[in-house]
Design a protein around this ligand. Structure first.
Ligand code: Z16
Length: 831
């Protein structure tokens, strides 16, 4: 750092970032003219977006610097959130709102000839995630910063985020999402690099003290380069860091030896092979496919992050025993589980600690969050693959397992089968490393993401571990969402109405403050303003539907929305079968009866994993039904069916505020939590749902007369499945009519949809579509009835919003901080 004598000069020269409209305009024009090399004669909206973002980035990085300096100086405990996915969405609007300068920018942009809404639209979503798990990580970062916690996120800087979805002739097509062309929100740190080793061999050697040590040598190196993304808190100078690692060939551009020997092609090939590691996000949600490159990604990211964390800890010169007092690491699912093994390796092989002392440090440091009970989503890696890629890590995994099983055997001496069941190594052909078990053994706390889910993991997939460790190691932290993005940013008018009645914006940082709204649930004037806002949001969505899909929908209809990843367990097929049932019912009515029906728009959106054939069939059926229904003259506005292309975070910000009812209809016991259910209710929409995930707690909070629940319960699922397979299996008669209509060819070639029907009729109906169909249809009738009484409906919406405080991700983060991380906020002194 700079010597004392010269620091005065630094202080005199310090930048402060802009203040006020004039200040913003100056910075904006400076960036247009110098950074971008343009002028007022060729500054289009895209350039204006760039200049606005750069002006805000300059502000953020100053707060970022101060936050980091203060955290380093105080050196209190930090939390590190390791996640392979961060589904951040757009950054500009969020930055303007969190810093509190959106109005300044709005006026400034207007002065300079731009509308702020158009400028915000220019930004490409940062889509480094699949769905709920990645978006949860993004909400957590917002809460951590807003609550002043010293916290870092660590992830991968994918060159391609989740693919863009195009719907062509009713089918999903995938287009690569190259998003890094211009990204003003990241700071490349070419000086922060780590060499990551792969392959090679392990050699045992004896050191001077006669101790045997393992040396991992040979193999290949890939360089990790850090890219930092500032994370601004809301209404606080705290600006945390999200560090994303990018891969490149170790030792610079390419191998100069090879290059000079005329082997240009192969030197470029090496370079490309290294860059492949961080090239693309795996597009599966709730599915693990065991590809070698995925394991490489995991180790690359985990090893770079741990190196960074350990390097930071070592600066303080504390003894190793204090590591868990300074560092908490949260594992977002099992994807970063190798961090447990890597830290043990660093402590034992490199720092020379004894195994037991190292293991005590490791297990005190880590916490593990489980996000699913679906067997196909639980990670397992072939032992041979781990051996090949990470030979020393496999040895350590075997040692961890050995000591663990020895302890289990001691505690349960007569239970041989227990050892087989809980072993980290599955004795299958080929042998597999069970990552969830490794994560449990290497952590001090394991949590699920909603109450039902946390109970289920304790009684099903992790039952034995509850016996071994006792129940206290397992806990629940129900998911939450950030009210800044999901209310204030997505629904500015509702946020403003609420703050006008609550006397300020305080609820955005203390969401329980919403409960005062309940007093206004019967206030006529308030209800009117509330409805007007909902209507305006529906008009905005209707325009989006017209512009993108070419379908005209009437905003006075009931908007019924299901947007989320397409998955059989989430049951979009149940929804579309229900839509067909409604269509048939309308067709069968006499015109005068038909006229009395409530107009509806069924809105779907979501991506199917590219290799998930059945999910793609579901998308096709939705579009096929839309194509028939939307042009049926008998039906008109009474029913429209829309599949919105390329559902993502920025589209969710338009969709959630515009919904009347949204669907969260997973087979009971399959959706760990769900978080869009929270977004819809917080935006004044009601929901129809099964007794699954967080729906149950939402019901408890908002009251069971404000939610439409239906379907079988989780506790009955197993028996029903058993009966389907071994007993008699009859299909619901109304559902059978729907199937027959599809088979008649009403929605195009029946063969295209035969697998979807067969899954229910012939293959055991694993997701209970038929079992829940009747209850689903009946519940939709209740929805129609309830919607006819608009006063009551709006009251329900207001009461629900008033009772949603619990689902703030701030509450969630405070629970993690207290019960898992043992960490305190570190507010910035106003300096
Ligand atoms: C994911 O998004 C989730 C779980 C999982 O194992 C993998 C992925 Cl990519 C989701 C859950 O399905 C959802 O219920 C939950 O709300 C979300 O994770 C956040 O916990």
């Amino acid at each position: 750092s700079i010597p004392e004598a010269q620091r005065e000069a630094w202080k005199r020269a310090q930048t402060t970032g802009f203040r006020g409209t004039e200040g913003f305009e100056k910075e904006f024009v400076r960036h247009v003219e110098t950074t971008l090399g343009r002028s007022m004669f060729n500054c289009d909206e895209n350039a204006a977006y760039s200049a606005t973002s750069l002006a805000f980035r300059d502000r953020l990085i100053l707060d970022w610097n101060r936050t980091q300096q203060r955290q380093t100086y105080i050196d209190s405990k930090r939390v590190y959130y390791l996640s392979l996915e961060f589904l951040m969405g757009r950054a500009l609007d969020n930055a303007m709102l969190n810093i509190g300068l959106k109005d300044t920018a709005k006026v400034g942009l207007a002065d300079l000839g731009f509308r702020i809404e158009d400028i915000i639209q220019q930004e490409h979503d940062a889509a480094l995630g699949n769905g709920g798990l990645g978006r949860l990580a993004a909400c957590f970062l917002d809460s951590l910063a807003s609550l002043d916690f010293p916290a870092w996120g660590y992830g991968l800087r994918y060159r391609y985020g989740i693919f863009k979805q195009e719907i062509i002739d009713g089918y999903q097509m995938e287009v690569p999402d190259y998003w890094l062309d211009f990204n003003p929100w990241e700071f490349p740190r070419h000086d922060v690099t780590v060499d990551i080793q792969f392959y090679g061999q392990v050699r045992k050697q004896t050191d001077d003290t006669g101790k045997t040590v393992s040396v991992w040598e040979g193999g290949e190196l890939v360089e990790a380069v850090a890219y930092d993304v500032p994370i601004p808190g809301y209404d606080t100078p705290t600006t945390n860091n999200l560090r994303l690692w990018s891969s490149k060939a170790s030792g610079g551009e390419f191998d100069f030896q090879k290059f000079n020997n005329g082997d240009y092609e192969s030197s470029v090939a090496d370079q490309q092979r290294a860059e492949t590691i961080s090239a693309v996000l795996y597009p599966n949600d709730n599915l693990e496919r065991g590809k070698e490159l995925r394991l490489k990604q995991q180790y690359f990211w985990v090893a770079a992050s741990l190196y960074d964390i350990v390097r930071r800890f070592k600066k303080s010169k504390r003894p190793w025993s204090e590591f868990p007092d300074q560092v908490a690491i949260q594992l977002n699912d099992t994807h970063p589980t190798l961090a447990i093994v890597e830290l043990q390796r660093i402590l034992v092989d490199i720092e020379g600690l004894a195994w037991d002392q190292a293991w005590e440090i490791v297990t005190s440091t880590f916490g593990y969050t489980n996000h699913t009970v679906l067997p196909e989503a639980l990670e397992k890696w072939p032992v041979g693959l781990v051996q090949h890629l990470l030979p020393r890590h496999l040895q350590i995994i075997y040692d961890i397992n050995l000591f663990f099983l020895q302890a289990v055997e001691k505690a349960f001496p007569d239970d041989r089968d227990m050892l087989r069941r809980v072993s980290i190594i599955e004795e299958s052909q080929p042998k597999m490393v069970r990552m969830a078990f490794l994560a449990i053994v290497g952590s001090h706390k394991v949590n699920g993401v909603a109450e039902l889910h946390s109970d289920l993991i304790k009684t099903t997939i992790f039952k034995d571990f509850v016996e071994i460790y006792g129940p206290d190691k397992f806990t629940n932290v129900t998911n939450g969402i950030t009210p800044r993005r999901w209310l204030h940013q997505a629904n500015p008018r509702l946020s403003e109405l609420i703050s006008s009645r609550l006397g300020g914006n305080g609820f955005l940082k203390d969401l329980n403050g919403l409960n005062k709204l309940e007093l206004l649930a019967d206030d006529k004037e308030f209800r009117k303003e509330w409805s007007e806002i909902k209507y305006a949001n529906k008009v905005r969505l209707a325009k989006h539907i017209k512009d993108t899909m070419g379908v005209t929908v009437n905003p006075a209809s009931l908007f019924d929305v299901q947007v989320k990843r397409i998955h059989e367990y989430k049951r979009q097929q149940l929804n579309i079968f229900g839509v067909i049932h409604r269509y048939l019912a309308l067709k069968a009515m006499k015109p005068e009866e038909r006229k009395k029906q409530l107009p509806r728009v069924s809105i779907f959106g979501g991506k199917a994993a590219p290799g998930y054939w059945m999910a793609k069939q579901i998308i096709h059926l939705i579009n096929a039904v839309g194509a028939v229904v939307n042009k049926d003259g008998d039906i008109g506005d009474l029913l429209k069916v829309v599949f919105l292309e390329d559902y993502n975070v920025s589209k969710a910000e338009i969709i959630c505020p515009a919904s009347d009812i949204s669907e969260h209809i997973s087979t009971a016991g399959t959706e760990a939590s769900g978080t869009s259910n929270m977004k819809f209710v917080l935006n004044g929409g009601l929901i129809i749902g099964t007794c699954d995930g967080a729906n149950i707690e939402i019901t408890r909070e908002i009251g069971d007369n404000n939610i439409f629940l239906f379907g079988n319960l989780a506790e009955d699922v197993e028996d029903l499945r058993h009966t389907h397979t071994y007993g008699s299996h009859t299909i619901d008669p109304d559902l059978d009519k729907v199937f027959k209509e599809i088979e008649k060819g009403t929605f195009g070639t029946p063969h295209d949809f035969s697998a979807m029907i067969a899954a229910v009729r012939d293959h055991g109906d694993y997701y209970l579509v038929s079992d829940d169909f009747h209850s689903y249809i009946e519940t939709h009738k209740l929805v129609d009835e309830a919607y006819r009484n608009q006063d009551d409906w709006v009251s329900k919406c207001i009461i629900s919003v008033a009772r949603m405080g619990f689902f703030s991700s701030d509450r969630c983060i405070n629970e993690y901080a207290e019960s898992i991380w043992n960490i305190e906020p570190l507010a910035m002194k106003d300096c």
